[in-house]
Design a protein around this ligand. Structure first.
Ligand SMILES: C[S@@+](CC[C@H](N)C(=O)[O-])C[C@H]1O[C@@H](n2cnc3c(N)ncnc32)[C@H](O)[C@@H]1O
Length: 343
């Protein structure tokens, strides 16, 4: 089996993971099928609860086994399934966060409106964990540019770039589904993976994803100068992911600092990199003026993402569909990907 670094294997996740030595990768991330009866080519998405949970527990244990003592384990799913993952993870790893990623979906009857996906964040060993605080840009009113959040009398203590990322992520939008966009029905946004990678790894570290899908994890890792490895059971996805990753370069940098760039904006930076990064921005004086004036990148326009999947999807949309998507996304602090849905 192909366990090579910076390649995507075509294999079952358990078979693949069992070939990886103990404690050999820096970070593991998993975004499995959600068992929601979605139409997929290569596997059943409608297992009995106990079958699905047993299967998940098997690969969750493998993820923890292959992660280094300094490493993190992330798992993305709907809250219902994450609650089962915690049963195992609480025994073999150290809980850090339940990250709520805001995304509205359809009510299923007799429920509150589901408005977040969860990302479980566990440390292999809390006492040895590698972790970096990350920041996102201030949210501003689109019309008047004033900060959305009222910081009261503490404006002179505001960080010029933006707040520390909390465990509720409202600024990264899920990729929306359009009826004709079914080539990639489960793609996560690249800035989501880049945020995870920036907070948990260093340049050159290895990120493993056993459910690569369209290759979002690999693309984010490569763009940020990290290594990736992973697999998918569907040969079409392996091909799409391979093309996707080949279309990007390790260029997501400002000066010497790796950052998550999305379209023409910065989505996430590391707190420790601000000393270097601030040389590349005009920061208003006094800093309290940040309330009304944005920092400005000194070197013109930030380079747009070279994302083949994004560009291809846009190419296939009618002008009306493009307008609709742009209108839906107009209120985002970052312009989100304007292509397909996730689950
Ligand atoms: C939710 S999608 C992952 C999407 C991915 N995060 C992205 O952004 O494109 C789940 C993926 O798991 C794959 N999959 C399902 N069962 C699998 C198995 N037993 N082993 C490996 N991959 C599997 C599917 O083919 C699908 O691509």
């Amino acid at each position: 089996m192909n366990l090579n670094l910076n390649q995507i294997a075509h294999a079952d996740c358990l078979e693949y993971l069992r070939g990886i030595p103990d404690e050999s990768v820096d970070v593991t991330f998993a975004d499995p099928p959600f068992n929601l009866k979605k139409k997929y080519n290569s596997y059943w998405d409608n297992l009995e609860v106990s079958q699905y949970v047993d299967w998940c527990h098997e690969w969750v244990r493998e993820l923890v086994r292959v992660t280094k003592p300094t490493g993190s384990i992330f798992v993305h799913n709907i809250p219902k399934w994450l609650s089962y993952y915690c049963q195992v993870l609480n025994e073999i790893a150290d809980f850090r966060h339940w990250i709520a990623w805001e995304a509205t979906s359809t009510p299923l009857g007799k429920t509150l409106l589901p408005t977040h996906y969860g990302i479980l964040f566990y440390a292999k060993d809390d006492s040895q964990l590698k972790f970096y605080d990350v920041r996102y840009p201030h949210h501003r009113c689109r019309k008047c540019n004033t900060l959305r959040k009222d910081y009261g009398g503490k404006k002179n203590r505001l960080h010029p770039f933006g707040p520390i990322v909390s465990d509720v992520w409202t600024d990264l939008h899920r990729i929306r589904h359009r009826t004709r966009r079914d080539r990639h029905p489960c793609q996560l946004p690249i800035p989501l993976m880049e945020r995870i990678i920036l907070m948990s790894t260093d340049e050159g570290d290895v990120v493993l994803d056993p459910f690569m899908g369209t290759g979002t994890t690999a693309v984010a890792a490569k763009r940020l100068g990290r290594n990736f490895m992973g697999t998918d059971i569907d040969p079409n996805y392996v091909q799409i992911a391979t093309e996707h990753v080949e279309s990007v370069q390790p260029t997501s940098k400002i000066g010497d600092a790796w950052v998550s760039l999305y379209l023409d904006q910065v989505a996430t930076i590391r707190n420790t990199d601000w000393d270097e990064l601030q040389n590349h921005f005009e920061v208003p004086e006094p800093v309290a003026a940040i309330d009304k004036i944005s920092i400005v990148y000194r070197h013109g326009k930030l380079k747009a993402i070279e994302d083949a999947v994004y560009l291809e999807e846009r190419k296939n949309l009618t002008q009306r569909e493009l307008d609709l998507l742009d209108a839906e996304n107009a209120d985002s602090p970052h312009k989100p990907a304007k292509s397909v849905d996730i689950k």
